[in-house]
Design a protein. Structure first.
Ligand code: ADP
Ligand code: MG
Lengths: 258, 424
């Protein structure tokens, strides 16, 4: 990124500043003994409270993680199979199926949230973790389909015909050829789904019930009574975990590519 | 488009269901039993080898039509490929070669007609149960598997033990000369090596028939030549029936036992390479195979084997035909350029029934082992004559551009073919 001309360098510094600066402020604040933005002294007080005096927060974290992993898993399985079908299957109304499955991607989240709420209410499903799980699976599906499809586009149908030709049954072909070949796409679809689910606020807000508060909902309600430094501490922990995951994923991909 | 996967359990039961549900023709009891024995998974060929027969199978295609929507891709195709034969399907791009191959492999179903392998109707059998393997034009290697695992794939499906797999794969790696490449991924090897992997993978299950769809078309000329020779050697050593698709007549002529020439969905001629070259069935075949001079001609008289024609551009010519044409009919007269002699001096002591014409050299193309002369006749017709450089300076004085020359050929070397072929 080294350049002699001034403007690109200015943009670079500007962007970096606004990307990094808030994070730095957050990290600094989480180690500040004072509740206010004024620096008082270094303290681990907020971390102590985060880990030992925040049962509701951890329940929310647990809910979020459970929802994220389960909805991402289910969405990845259904979405990958759907992508395989869309790419290689031959059935009637294929293009309609494709359009309909991708529609949630284009809808504003708030509409999806409202419609899911009305839907659950009208069929009498009590709101809770179950409805959040269904909602998250639903909005994750189009992302999974798109990502896996992008991977599948790189491959020739003839490898599937080759598998049949060499004696594979449909199931062998799926397990031994299609899934391994699409694995990089499936993995990144899964990671994307986990992330989207973890951070979703709007849709979750509509379909959550009592006792099913997720982390974003918890943070939002906590912040209404003023920013708690505990949230800062939590944010720092999450940043650390995210960075670790990204590094891990990168090394893993490098390993797979080899 | 495929059969639902056979659910684990008795293979015979699954197969029987298959035969009953997808059957198109009524099978005799004998044939049904053949299919049941034939497709028992995990034991390809055992029956055949135990009985000590040849490894390859006979493929009989009878009256096959196939249309894609309104477009007829194959029209009344019938041919029989003999056991262990190297048989080529030759024709221009889009003539239906791949479609025919896919019908034999089981990826397409003919609209009418039958496909029999060793007298067993294979149309009810799904591709994964046919003892037919394909070398795809695009190689179709599994990108996530190493060279070794690609070749081992069919064996892994059958759940063979590690020791047997290693041994078999190594012998096929030997066969296609891929030593030292076993651990590489398909993305790390060259086109020619990929093709070898595809061939080994298709052969390792010891199919009755190997189908090859333009396997060399993506390779450069020199490599193509080399692989073609290797393919011939492999064919000799495995003894399997090869059905080889190509649009390259040189390829087809040089390795095939027999060739079927196709155009626009029809088979125009089936024969040994020399037959289709020396006795083309019609104008299309004459033009497509090799280089030739071809003219419309009216039959003026017939005396036994010898016919006199009035050929457009050449004037009166004599030609011998096994089957004499009808006087008064318009046919095509054709003479291969390498059968025409050329000289600046009028030749002496010509054999009887020799056609001789005079013209001007319009162009000369020197290509090492031969020179190609384009000789303009007084009528304006340009006739091609190829002179082989058999011996240095033995061809008489050098013929140059604009030289007046004599060209001549014997009536035995010309032939008469029916107009066109296939392109009605
Ligand atoms: N699945 C298909 N759908 C429609 N048309 C097809 C299909 N497959 C082949 N064709 C047409 O059938 C003709 C023959 O194709 P093909 O057998 O691939 O020819 P070749 O292999 O001799 O080049 C072509 O004109 C092609 O466009
Ligand atoms: Mg083709």
């Amino acid at each position: 990124m080294s350049t002699k001309s001034g403007f690109p360098r200015f943009v670079y510094i500007f962007v970096t500043f606004f990307l990094i600066a808030p994070l730095i402020v957050l990290v600094v604040a989480s180690f500040n003994a004072s509740r206010s933005m004024q620096w008082e002294r270094f303290s681990l007080e907020w971390y102590r409270r985060l880990f030992f005096q925040s049962r509701d927060l951890w329940r929310a974290v647990r809910n979020s993680v459970v929802i994220a992993l389960s909805s991402a898993t289910v969405a990845t399985i259904i979405g990958s199979l759907a992508a395989i079908g869309i790419r290689w299957g031959r059935f009637r109304l294929k293009s309609y199926v494709q359009t309909v499955t991708l529609m949630p991607l284009l809808l504003p989240e708030i509409i999806l949230g409202v419609s899911l709420l009305i839907f659950f209410a009208s069929i009498g499903v009590p709101l809770g973790l179950g409805t959040i799980f269904i909602a998250h699976t639903c909005f994750n599906l189009p992302f999974v389909i798109l990502i896996v499809l992008a991977r599948l586009e790189e491959f020739d149908f003839s490898i599937i015909e080759a598998a049949y030709d060499l004696g594979a049954r449909e199931r062998d072909t799926l397990i031994r050829v299609i899934v391994p070949v699409s694995m990089p796409g499936i993995l990144s679809a899964f990671l994307t789904a986990v992330t989207l689910s973890l951070e979703d606020f709007v849709i979750t807000f509509f379909v959550a019930g009592p006792g099913s508060t997720t982390l974003p909902l918890y943070v939002y309600s906590a912040i209404r009574f003023g920013v708690s430094p505990v949230i800062n501490a939590l944010s720092v922990v999450m940043i650390a975990v995210t960075v670790a995951l990204v590094l891990l994923a990168r090394n893993m991909l490098k390993y797979i590519a080899k | 488009m495929y059969q639902t996967p056979a659910i684990a359990g008795s293979p015979v039961l699954t197969v029987r269901k298959n035969v009953l549900t997808v059957r198109r023709n009524v099978l005799t009891h004998q044939r049904k039993r053949d299919i049941l024995v034939d497709v028992a998974p995990g034991r390809p060929n055992t029956r055949r080898r135990q009985s000590g027969k040849l490894k390859g199978s006979e493929v009989r295609i009878d009256g096959v039509d196939k249309a894609f929507g309104e477009f007829p891709a194959l029209i009344d195709v019938s041919l029989t490929v003999k056991k262990g034969e190297f048989f080529s399907l030759l024709g221009p791009s889009g003539c239906g070669k791949t479609t025919l191959l896919r019908i034999i492999a089981g990826f397409e179903t003919p609209d009418v007609g039958s496909v029999l392998i060793d007298d067993v109707d294979i149309l009810p059998i799904p591709p994964n149960r046919r003892h037919v393997n394909t070398v795809f034009q695009s190689y179709a290697l599994f990108p996530h598997l190493s060279v070794f695992e690609n070749i081992a794939f069919p064996l892994r499906l059958r759940g063979l033990g590690e020791k047997v797999v290693t041994q078999r794969v190594e012998s096929y790696i030997e066969l296609v000369r891929l030593h030292g490449q076993a651990r590489k991924m398909p993305s790390q090897i060259s086109g020619g090596q990929k093709q070898r992997v595809a061939i080994a993978r298709a052969l390792i299950n010891e199919p009755d028939v190997l189908l090859l769809d333009e396997p060399l078309s993506a390779l450069d000329a020199k490599l193509r030549q080399q692989l073609l020779i290797e393919l011939d050697t492999i064919h000799d050593s495995v003894g399997v029936t090869f059905i080889y698709v190509t649009h390259d007549q040189q390829e087809a002529l040089s390795v095939s036992d027999r060739v079927a020439v196709m155009n626009l969905g029809r088979v125009l001629q089936i024969g040994a390479p020399f037959e289709i070259y020396e006795q083309p069935a019609d104008e299309f075949v004459a033009n497509f195979i090799g280089d030739t001079n071809i003219q419309p001609a009216v039959v003026t008289s017939v005396e036994g084997e010898l016919s006199r024609l009035d050929a457009e551009g050449l004037g009166p010519v004599v030609v011998t035909c096994d089957v004499p044409p009808e006087p008064g009919h318009t046919v095509r007269h054709t003479i291969r350029p390498e059968k025409i002699r050329i000289s600046k001096k009028r030749p002496e002591g010509l054999a009887p029934n020799t056609n001789i014409l005079q013209g001007l050299v319009d162009e000369r193309i020197y290509s090492g082992f031969q020179s190609k002369f384009f000789v303009e006749l007084p009528s304006g017709y340009v006739i091609k004559a190829f002179q082989q450089h058999a011996r240095f300076l033995d061809d008489g004085p050098e013929i140059e551009w604009k030289d007046p020359v004599w060209v001549w050929w014997n009536a035995n070397d010309g032939y008469v073919v029916t107009p066109r072929g296939g392109d009605e």
